[in-house]
Design a protein around this ligand. Sequence first.
Ligand code: ATP
Ligand code: MG
Length: 621
Amino acid sequence: MAGRRAMTKTKGDPDELPKAKINREALKRSKRLFSYMGKHKWKFYLGLVFLLMTGVTAIIFPQLLGKLMGQIGVTGVSAFGSNEAAEAVSPEKLVAVLKDAANRYGLWMLILFAVQAMASYGRVWFFANSTENMIASLRRAAFGHIVRMPMSFFSQQQAAELNSRVSADITQINETFMTSLAEFFRQFIIIVGGLGMIFATSWKMALIMLVIVPPVAIITVLFGRKIRNISREVQEAVAQSNTIVGESFQGITNVKAFTNEAYEVDRYSKSTQNVFNLALKSAVARGLFFAFIIFCLFGAIMLIVWYGVSLCIDGEILSGDMISVLFMTVFVAASFGGIPEQYAQLQRAIGASDRIFEMMDMAAEETQKATSHKIKLEGQVRFQEVSFSYPSRKDFSVLKSITFQAEKGQTIAIVGPSGSGKSTIAQLLLRFYEPDSGEIFFDGKQAKAYDLTALRENIAVVPQDVLLFAGTIRENIAYGNPNASEAEITEAARKANALSFIESFPDGFATKVGDRGIQLSGGQRQRIAIARAVLKNPAILILDEATSSLDSESEHIVQEALDKLMVGRTSFVIAHRLSTIRNADKIMVIEKGNVSESGTHDELMQIENGLYRSLSRLQFA
Ligand SMILES: Nc1ncnc2c1ncn2[C@@H]1O[C@H](COP(=O)(O)OP(=O)(O)OP(=O)(O)O)[C@@H](O)[C@H]1O
Ligand SMILES: [Mg+2]
């Protein structure tokens, strides 16, 4: 039970993606990302121009607003709220001048908004267009590279891990390019431009702002982050506690059989107590955060307002300018607060692209269909003192100096205990892995001398559990040869004893097989796999326990199809049920990576104390 309790950590939170340091080296590497934009780069640069425009308009806005609002509250010539008021002499003229100015600033703001609206649209559109182009080619390149990686790579990687390379990592880059990068630049423009504007208006206001705003903004951000961390802890604790419930009910027979009800109840109540404690901790933090915001953040703003008003009264600053400065302060503060988050996003994106490129720089197999010319093997196979251990477990030797030869068209049966290395022989035949020592020959020529694609086109496998792709029966059969004609597909289905069940479906060949083919029975899937192999028309056939998961009736139908398929091909039949391989030209018994016995059925039955003989006796008894 200890084992399954350990696996409750919630994964997949984007915040959990590791970050990379941003330095010149990292920026140089991220140039490679840009190269995937190809001929769409100009759109990115145009997006940058629009971005700059939105930044500039954001700085102009508070100034116009201040000017507009500066026109109110001016009751007499003595209290000048604006430059324009100072120019006026008589009260009537003052009103007219004020109104005129208000209209003018109002109109300018309207124009400003129009410009900003256009620039925002342009920025989003051009960034999205260039980024989506980049992401699409990056996804294609990453997927294209990963599927061409050798099996030794896949045997050391979890499928889920690879999935997240292509999905989560690239999505992170996507989001960063679409929003974070733009936000980062915009906030940078606002901070620099806004500070410049405030300094130009009133250096006293600027100084007090610089003293107050950054610390408050930083504390707010840190506080917010702390709260997020606590919330995540709460979520994880809840998930963990839910896991206990799920496990207990799923494994209820275990719980009862071991009379561990009290133990599970205790486990669960401890975990709910933990949730409760964390939730309280989170509540305290959130309460403090609100208190902090109200007192410190609003307090700080009011302090600046109060100071501005004092400056106003002293006549050091116009009220309109003060309003501009105040609005600008809020903008700058908000940008200060946003920068750390955008920066973190940039770091994550660089980390993500590093991981992707690291993988894309690994050597792939040379399976370039387009460039290889076809070859037609005769089907003679020879293993010459082949030794092998899997790359993920180098110190465990799976095959120990195996030697055998299969003549063209022969049937070679491979039997032996589970884990003895039978399937491994099949993997080496397909050149999924290379032997550590020894040599494999096809038609007397070294396996390495053949083009990988050309070689694999001559070998077909019918495995024990056939994995079909979600799609139609026709598509799944055509996987054996995508260029096959309709007539060839039907013929292949007939040879595979599959035609009658396919035609019994209302949709025939267009029947959807469902995810991984779950809408078909095991025997039906097997026959689809055989039809695939028929279409491929290989010289060499590998049947890895092709019938062992079937009941005797479908086994009979499938075996019949297999027998037809094997005619004229060199076939390697891995089987546990010895009845199916009795007539093989040669039977090899594999034990702990060695060929311990080899010969025909009759020859092997002669061996006193032989494994084959004792197994046969057991099975036929
Ligand atoms: N991808 C892999 N990485 C590391 N070790 C592996 C891998 N695949 C198989 N092995 C190990 O290699 C040995 C031989 O495995 P193999 O699959 O060839 O056995 P088998 O004879 O086909 O057994 P079974 O009858 O159960 O199918 C086993 O000890 C197994 O644990
Ligand atoms: Mg096996």
